[in-house]
Design a protein around this ligand. Structure first.
Ligand SMILES: Cc1cc2nc3c(=O)[nH]c(=O)nc-3n(C[C@H](O)[C@H](O)[C@H](O)COP(=O)(O)O)c2cc1C
Ligand code: SF4
Length: 431
């Protein structure tokens, strides 16, 4: 199922690896789920210090993009005064990602167990599950799962919210403002200080919560038995582009990148580059990328990171300059238009990149692109413009030879081929 915010229409669920935890075949009905997963601890009015300690020992970090230590976030919300709220962030605005909707659809009870664990850890009585409204299957799975769980009476007040299909909707302050009745645009206010209806709020990615459920039931040592010492556990990766079977796969952090490509059926044609982390990510040369390990530490030497858990394989026949120009145009269209660098800077970047792609910009314009990227970076109220500039910078490096050819007025043959990356149709409104 696709919607305005989606660039990956169909994805297979790969359950053939050795590391499946979240994706291990599990019944979607509650009775079947409970045969494998115990009921999580019921939330009380106060934070649960033992649970917080266990989560800290697990070393779990957020899987929504920033990789922030989960225990630290839970402690900040637990320390705030007043009734607390947990938001399950299933907005999945990154167009190249499909992992959250796959998890919501195939393991809804695991996600909901994780939300209960988070509520117990911080002492929250209210849980809001936000799902991108262009994903009816995921929404239906969550609504059905919640109806089944009514009899378990876990003590939480549940709400399901179908969020606008815009990229910045999933940014934590944007989703909080939208849940309070405002537009789904970032405010810069920290959710743990002033979240939904002014309450201290924990905004946590769907996948992070599913891991949290397993940390609570299996313990931190079990969680650490896969992954690396510094980046423990498994992670979901949406693998698309020039691969035989576009899929969501689950791998231990630190796995070799070629294993991830293999799990998606292997490359379907020779590759020139990988886009790692999503459209909010970084281009890396295919040869270097295929020698790296998939973790923050493993990808850092390439200037990349797992981000939203995406690997896109770019075929050798595609034009990296043209692909990047189209993604930049999408970034510009997704700006909430609140901050100057984003509202004016991104359209300027996108226009200049499009001119370069069609051979209508010279070396001076390439220098200007670099300068503008530096001027825009870090100036928005959220990191939306930084995603665009990071993508652009990596493109100028990884596709340096093509950039030179385009700037010399001779676009490469790939720029007249059909696009390799899907760019979503223009988004809907902010409410
Ligand atoms: C522009 C922008 C868009 C974002 N979109 C999402 C999203 O769709 N889903 C998500 O889980 N996190 C998204 N995030 C990250 C959230 O702000 C927040 O860090 C995350 O939901 C926290 O969950 P985690 O700690 O479990 O990763 C976005 C961040 C930015 C700057
Ligand atoms: S940086 Fe862009 S997306 Fe973020 S708040 Fe400002 S205008 Fe909106």
């Amino acid at each position: 199922m696709t919607g305005p915010g989606r660039a990956v229409p169909t994805l297979l669920l790969d359950q053939a690896g050795d590391d499946e935890r979240l994706l291990a075949a599990c019944p979607t009905d509650l009775a079947g789920h409970r045969r494998r997963h115990p009921r999580p601890p019921a939330p009380g009015r106060q934070p649960d210090p033992d649970l917080l300690d266990a989560i800290e020992r697990s070393g779990l970090t957020g899987r929504g993009g920033a990789g922030f230590p989960t225990a630290q976030k839970l402690r900040a919300v637990g320390a705030a005064r007043g009734p607390r709220v947990v938001v399950v962030n299933g907005a999945e605005g990154e167009p190249a990602s499909g992992k959250d909707r796959v998890l919501l659809t195939h393991a809804p009870h695991l996600v909901l167990d994780g939300a209960v664990v988070a509520a117990a850890a911080v002492g929250a009585a209210r849980v809001v599950v936000c799902v991108d409204r262009s994903q009816p299957e995921a929404l239906a799975a969550i609504r059905t799962a919640l109806a089944e769980r009514a009899a378990e009476s876990d003590g939480a007040a549940w709400q399901v919210a179908a969020s606008p299909s815009r990229y910045v909707t999933g940014q934590s302050s944007a989703i909080v403002q939208w849940l309070g009745g405002g537009p789904a645009v970032p405010t810069g206010v920290h959710a743990h200080q002033r979240g939904v209806d002014g309450r201290p709020t924990l905004v946590q990615n769907v996948e992070t919560l599913a891991h949290l459920a397993l940390v609570a039931s299996q313990g931190p040592a079990w969680f650490r038995s896969l992954g690396t010492v510094d980046e423990p556990g498994t992670t979901l990766v949406t693998v698309t582009g020039a691969v035989a079977r576009p899929s969501v796969v689950e791998v231990a952090l630190g796995s070799p990148v070629p294993d991830i490509i293999r799990r998606a059926g292997g490359s379907s044609e020779p590759l020139q580059a990988l886009l790692i982390g999503g459209y909010f990510g970084t281009w890396v040369d295919a040869r270097a990328g295929l020698q790296a390990r998939y973790s923050r530490a493993g990808l850092a030497p390439l200037g990349a990171g797992p981000g939203a858990g995406v690997v896109i394989a770019l075929p050798a026949t595609a034009c990296g300059v043209a692909e990047t120009a189209r993604v930049l145009a999408w970034f510009a269209g997704e700006s909430a238009g609140q901050c100057g660098p984003c509202a004016f800077g991104l359209p300027a970047l996108a226009t200049a990149a499009a001119e370069l792609a069609r051979g209508a910009a010279g070396p001076a314009e390439v220098d200007r692109l670099r300068r503008w990227a530096g001027e825009i970076e870090g100036r928005g109220a959220c990191r939306h413009p930084d995603g665009a500039t990071a993508l652009l910078r990596s493109a100028l490096t990884v596709f340096a030879a093509d950039v030179e050819a385009h700037a010399g007025g001779a676009p490469c043959a790939g720029s007249s081929r059909p696009p390799a990356l899907r760019v979503p149709a223009p988004g809907e409104g902010w409410r």
